[in-house]
Ligand binder design. Structure first.
Ligand SMILES: Cc1cc2nc3c(=O)[nH]c(=O)nc-3n(C[C@H](O)[C@H](O)[C@H](O)COP(=O)(O)OP(=O)(O)OC[C@H]3O[C@@H](n4cnc5c(N)ncnc54)[C@H](O)[C@@H]3O)c2cc1C
Length: 286
């Protein structure tokens, strides 16, 4: 027997979460699998579950100052249908499972599941996204790279719910999303690359490179990005091999049922090299 709640407002959901410790249940595509134990039986949840997918407050996509807010209960299909969502996030979502699953699964669930192979997560790192976390006592916003602390581990307090995903205005002039899997649909990532850059007057104004499934959390180096930002394409070209060596040191994959560490490392670094040398440094004026 599972205790389950269906709150009618966000306030009720936050109070329930604080009082009972119920697990938010959005699309259920991870939760149903994680706690299944027998075909046809109700999953064996260790705590009560609380359905959040019907909450109006969590079902909006709206423009905010300098960006976009995606409610935690908006499905992936609804995100894909929205004109203001950055292209790189849409490309990532289109590689997740198949349309039937995307009709119920949410980005919030993908983030809170915190798999190193979570495909929307990698794109959200490249977009410098944050998450809004609410509790009966207030709210806070945290960058996604701080919120996800390890495989399956997030910085979510016992009385909090993730309510919004905040994406800053995307000013990139180029982007690249690449998922490497066994096939194009219904396959989890062997590895993923999400990268964006803004180039103007032969200069890199902004660059963000995120690599998924090659370390316990998505690899993104603020330090290496700062090293390239504000510099001319020519200057970065002179240091490109050094920079690639530094990325190589950060990519520390493991062997598992989906791939080998050797394959992941080789292909991930080929993709980073392709983005930096083959895309960014090929822009006009390099
Ligand atoms: C067949 C299949 C194929 C898949 N393919 C892919 C794939 O290609 N790429 C990929 O990245 N993933 C894939 N997944 C994993 C899964 O579909 C995604 O992680 C999905 O985004 C989970 O979203 P959900 O809404 O269903 O989450 P749920 O299952 O409802 O929840 C997942 C976790 O997030 C927590 N949670 C949900 N909402 C909130 C909230 N608002 N606040 C706090 N915690 C919350 C839940 O408590 C739970 O711990 C696949 C899954 C299946 C079953």
């Amino acid at each position: 027997m599972v205790d389950s709640y269906r709150p009618l407002s966000l306030k009720e959901a936050l109070d329930l979460r604080a009082d009972t410790g119920a697990m938010p249940f959005a699309g259920g595509t991870d939760l149903m699998v994680r706690y299944r134990y027998e075909s046809g039986a109700i999953p064996d949840y260790p705590r009560p579950v609380m359905f959040v997918n019907q909450l109006d407050d969590l079902r909006k996509i709206r423009r905010i100052d300098h960006g976009l807010s995606i409610g935690a209960a908006v499905t992936m299909t609804e995100v894909l249908d929205h004109d203001d969502v950055p292209e790189i996030l849409k490309e990532a979502l289109l590689t997740i499972a198949a349309p039937g699953l995307r009709n119920t699964a949410t980005i919030a669930g993908n983030i809170c599941n915190a798999s190193p192979a979570g495909d929307s997560i990698c794109a959200l790192y490249a977009l410098d996204a944050g998450v809004k976390l609410q509790s009966p006592g207030g709210e806070r916003i945290e960058p996604i790279y701080q919120f996800i602390t390890g495989p399956g581990k997030i910085d979510l307090h016992a009385d909090e719910i993730l309510t919004e995903i905040i994406i800053p205005e995307d000013h990139s002039t180029i982007h690249l999303f690449k998922k490497v899997g066994t096939r194009r649909a219904n396959a989890l990532s062997k590895l993923t690359l999400s990268a964006v850059a803004r180039i103007s007057d032969s200069r890199i104004d902004e660059i963000r490179i995120a690599i998924g499934a090659v370390a316990p959390t998505v690899v993104r180096s603020l330090e290496l990005e700062k090293r390239m930002e504000g510099r001319s394409l020519k200057e970065v070209a002179l240091e490109a091999e050094d920079i690639l060596r530094d990325y190589d040191a950060l990519v520390q994959p493991i062997d598992d049922q989906r791939s080998t560490a050797v394959y992941r490392k080789r292909v991930a670094m080929n993709l980073v090299r392709h983005f930096l040398l083959g895309v960014v440094l090929q822009q006009k004026g390099a």
